[in-house]
Design a protein. Structure first.
Length: 418
């Protein structure tokens, strides 16, 4: 007997459910009701990774696969926890303070030339690179491009003639994010020097550095600091001076310096992070003065400046590769797909085995139960309720007062259509 029939919703799952028999006290088989077709289709979409107790009863060796599934779940749970721990460790690393050395110089050409075709010109060059803090150990970030260390760069050139507006040349990392990284910035102009230039450099720090208010800077002893370091330094000051209340350590007694910051006699410890925000402002760009000289040798001797920047540490390559292997293991995904396909085949064979076994034990009861199940499915698909269908099977229903009215309406519609 085929497991599919045209024109119906017959399936091996319905047959497998119909084969669930129980014996009546008299010995006659009692066929269990078949699962409706709508529910059968919903279950078939879900491919489970376990075989189930029915397959275990037919194939005792399948219990080893169930044991492997338990081991796999424990391994997956362990790997998930380790992945979360490694990811948190990579994100919560402290920044490293590095030293950015900036060189500013200029070159010039055709100065004092009598040939009109050779116009005098000069080029302002701004170059920077990371150097070791102690001048002994090479920095791990030394290979970073100069533009990747900056938020903005602006050069203001004084006008050549009195009454003219100064010339401005600006660059922003937000506008040039899609461009290639630059090792240096060059500004080329025609003319001769000397000519003054004001260079404003906005340094990029991770995490971002802020300019501290005068009161907070006087307490911490620094004018620029990150938010986390400012809070840690403020907490260290509170602990070293014993400003926590003995009866309630969550309250801080403000001394003269803290009162100049918080404007209160005591503040809750949990509100320090919020109260300190008003004392943090955007760090202004560094301003350098340079004079373009076209009278001496080209290039000129560079002016050198050193700036402290905060940079995130290099991610550990071993941990990064471990996380990538966990998320991009194609071999494991392919094996899982093959296992799911084999389990679906096994379950399909199990359903067919149940179908033929139930049919062989009691063909008449099996077919009657199957036909009744298909009839219920058909009524459910057409929207007819089972209670209404059962009521229409009895003659008492057609002896009511509604029958005469229904016949009259039916005959009237026939007359109208004819």
């Amino acid at each position: 007997m085929s497991s599919q029939q045209s024109g119906g919703v017959f399936s091996t799952e319905a047959a497998a459910a119909a084969a669930k028999k129980q014996k009546k006290p008299g010995g006659a088989p009692c066929v269990a009701p078949v699962v409706p077709a709508a529910k059968r289709r919903q279950k078939k979409k879900q491919v489970k990774s376990h075989l189930g107790g029915k397959v275990d009863a037919l194939v005792p060796e399948s219990r080893y696969y169930s044991q492997l599934l338990g081991i796999e779940r424990r391994i997956d749970s362990l790997l998930s926890r380790k992945k979360v721990e490694i990811d948190a460790a990579l994100r919560n690393t402290e920044s490293i303070r590095q030293r950015l050395r900036v060189y500013v110089y200029n070159t010039h050409e055709n100065q004092g030339s009598s040939n009109p075709a050779d116009a005098p010109c000069w080029t302002l060059v701004i170059f920077g690179r990371l150097v070791p803090m102690d001048d002994s150990v090479e920095s791990a970030e030394a290979g970073k491009a100069f533009s990747s260390l900056l938020k903005s760069l602006e050069v203001v050139l004084e006008p050549e003639q009195p009454g003219q507006a100064p010339a401005r040349v600006s660059w922003s990392a937000a506008d040039g994010a899609a461009q290639a990284q630059a090792e240096a910035f060059e500004i080329k102009r025609r003319g001769s020097g000397p000519r003054k230039a004001t260079i404003r450099i906005g340094v990029s720090s991770v995490p971002e550095r802020y300019q501290l208010s005068q009161a907070l800077a006087g307490l911490l002893g620094v004018a620029h600091e990150t938010r986390s370091r400012a809070i840690r330094s403020l907490w260290a000051y509170i602990r070293s001076h014993g400003l926590q209340r003995p009866d309630n350590p969550t309250l801080i007694r403000c001394d003269q310096k803290l009162r100049s910051i918080f404007r209160e006699e005591q503040v809750p410890l949990s509100s320090i992070g919020q109260r300190i925000s008003s004392h943090l402002s955007a760090e202004p760009p560094l301003e350098l003065e340079y004079t373009v000289d076209t009278s001496g040798k080209s290039p000129t001797h560079p002016d050198c400046y050193e700036i402290d920047v905060d940079l995130p540490p290099d991610p550990q390559p071993e941990l990064q590769s471990f996380l990538q292997r966990l998320s991009k293991d194609q071999e494991v995904h392919e094996l899982d797909s093959r296992i799911m396909s084999d389990i679906e085949k096994i379950n399909e064979h199990r359903r067919r085995h149940t179908f033929f076994t139930g049919f062989s034990q009691s063909p008449v009861d099996f077919i009657n139960s199957l036909v009744a199940s298909q009839a219920r499915d058909l009524r459910a698909a057409s929207g007819e309720g089972s209670a209404k269908h059962e009521a229409l099977r009895r003659t008492e229903v057609f002896q009511g007062k509604w029958v005469e009215d229904a016949v009259f309406r039916y005959l009237q519609r026939r007359l109208i259509t004819s």
